[in-house]
Design a protein around this ligand. Structure first.
Ligand code: ADP
Length: 324
């Protein structure tokens, strides 16, 4: 193998070792706030709470049984929208749904419930990563048991982004070894990309996300130049106040409703290297990278799960991957 290959492998091994000696707890900031929602809350109200707090997900709490009741994410709202599409006459019903109805909604529209995985905060971070990859979860709750009451409690939630940021900030000596171009290592998706235009309706884009099981759709013009990206989290402001009938409006309109602190779209080229991507993650709130050519035409997408998968699994024994 060339020096580049050797360095790349050494970098990956270094990062994997690092993830094995750190815990999920290590990723948490010294002080943080956790918004937990009661399962009895109206779905409609939960939207306002997320928006007011500038968050896109929250753990749910079943106060009748004093147990953790899963994680609320944009996928749940997309399910509610699908329900509304399938049963348009039940809009009054939709308004009355509580968070505890989410499982029923899944059943009604025929989607498989997401496996609720959690990890203990003191387990190695590597374990949280493997579990995320296995279940395709983008975030994972850290659940501990209270010594005194013996009850479960949600300490926090960690995301793919937080983990990659943690690697980028604390492990530069290994990330700088990752010098192979992303095009060469095949990082990301380059074929059969799901895209939409500014005139597509929000509903069209949501259906694309559901169909392909993806969390973002690049918005391109006639010549395939990237204008924007519609993300699963962008549906939250769209249905605020129960405005389901407005989902037929255009993506262009919907994107103009983004919060002022929207972190922006990040692009890279196929010649960029993973070390540069880690630099970007270190500096900014990146949730995916859109791969473009010199004319800003769409070439591919690198999701955080693509990066996490590569960092954890590239070059590992096949058996090891299956047995994870
Ligand atoms: P994440 O799991 O990090 O949220 P996604 O769900 O968006 O990321 O991506 C899941 C997989 O689908 C990744 O391998 C990614 O490269 C691919 N992907 C993401 N967006 C698209 C798209 N618009 N078209 C085709 N494939 C995509």
């Amino acid at each position: 193998p060339s020096g580049l290959d050797r360095d790349q492998m050494q970098g990956l091994r270094g990062i994997r070792e690092f993830l094995k000696v750190r815990t999920s707890y290590d990723v948490l900031p010294l002080s943080f706030r956790l918004v937990v929602l009661d399962n009895d809350l109206l779905i409609k109200k939960s939207l306002n709470i997320l928006i007011q707090n500038g968050i896109v997900s929250a753990p749910l709490w079943d106060s009748h049984n004093s147990t953790f009741a899963g994680l609320l994410t944009s996928t749940d709202y997309i399910n509610v929208i699908q329900y509304y599409c399938q049963f348009p006459h039940e809009i009054d019903q939709v308004d009355k749904f509580r968070l505890s109805s989410l499982r029923e909604i899944e059943r009604a529209i025929g989607v498989l419930p997401l496996e609720t995985v959690s990890v203990h905060p003191m387990r190695p971070l590597y374990e949280a990563c493997r579990r995320m990859l296995k279940t395709r979860a983008r975030r994972i709750p850290l659940v501990d048991v209270d010594d005194e009451t013996g009850r479960e409690m949600v300490v926090s939630v960690i995301t793919q982004y937080r983990i990659l940021k943690f690697i980028a900030v604390n492990n530069e000596k290994h990330t700088i070894l990752l010098k192979k171009p992303v095009g060469e290592i095949g990082l990301g998706t380059y074929a059969n990309l799901a895209t939409a235009t500014m005139n597509s309706s929000v509903l069209d884009v949501i259906h694309l996300m559901v169909k392909h099981n993806i969390s973002a759709v690049p918005i391109v013009d006639k010549s395939n130049k990237v204008l924007n990206v519609f993300e699963a989290v962008d549906v939250i402001p769209c249905i605020k106040g129960g405005a389901y009938d407005e989902l037929t409006s255009s993506v262009g309109d919907a994107l103009s409703k983004r919060a002022d602190d929207f972190p922006g779209i990040y692009t890279c080229s196929e010649d960029d290297r993973l070390d540069a991507i880690f630099d970007t993650i270190r500096r900014s709130r990146v949730h995916r990278l859109i791969v473009v050519d010199d004319d800003n035409r769409l070439r591919g997408i690198i999701s955080l799960s693509d990066i996490l998968k590569y960092v954890l699994l590239y070059g590992e024994e096949e058996d090891d991957i299956r047995g994870s």
